[in-house]
Design a protein around this ligand. Structure first.
Ligand SMILES: [Zn+2]
Length: 150
């Protein structure tokens, strides 16, 4: 039996936790129909993954696959220990496109953030576009939805 979490992070990785975070937590709890909901604030940039649901990574410019080997090398270069991640510029091997790791096409969605809100659920499936839009209205900032499975 897998554990499923609906997670939202700010679309802007630099964004600090907004005053609306608690309202956002309440709205996500209602959507996921659970009390098991939390806000985690790292105070530094971290990678928010999708767990076992991970399928692959694509170039946002040409769509070519980015090897996990290449990605791990970039992750190592961007990792600053105590300071968390710094999003450096990298060049994709496929088409020499300037990217940072938050701009890659993750399948399914993943991303970098200083904080997140997450709700445990029984695998009700990812947030719909309408649900994400409603949560963005509560948060007052653009959000990225991540469906985690562990
Ligand atoms: Zn490319």
């Amino acid at each position: 039996m897998s554990d499923h979490f609906l997670v939202v992070i700010p679309e802007d990785p630099k964004a600090e936790q907004p005053d609306t975070a608690r309202a956002l937590r309440a709205a996500l709890a209602k959507l996921a129909d659970t009390d098991e909901v939390r806000i985690k604030d790292y105070g530094k940039l971290q990678f928010i993954d999708c767990g076992e649901a991970f399928e692959g990574i694509g170039c946002p410019s040409c769509g070519a696959e980015i090897s996990t080997e290449q990605w791990h090398q970039w992750m190592d270069e961007d990792w600053h220990g105590e300071d968390g991640f710094h999003l450096h510029r990298h060049e994709t091997p496929c088409c020499q496109h300037d990217i940072n790791l938050n701009a890659l096409s993750y399948k399914p969605q993943q991303g970098f953030a200083r904080w997140f809100v997450s709700a445990r659920n029984e695998g009700r499936g990812p947030l719909t576009a309408n649900e994400l839009r409603a949560l963005q209205e509560v948060a007052g900032i653009p959000l990225r939805a991540i469906a985690q499975m562990y």
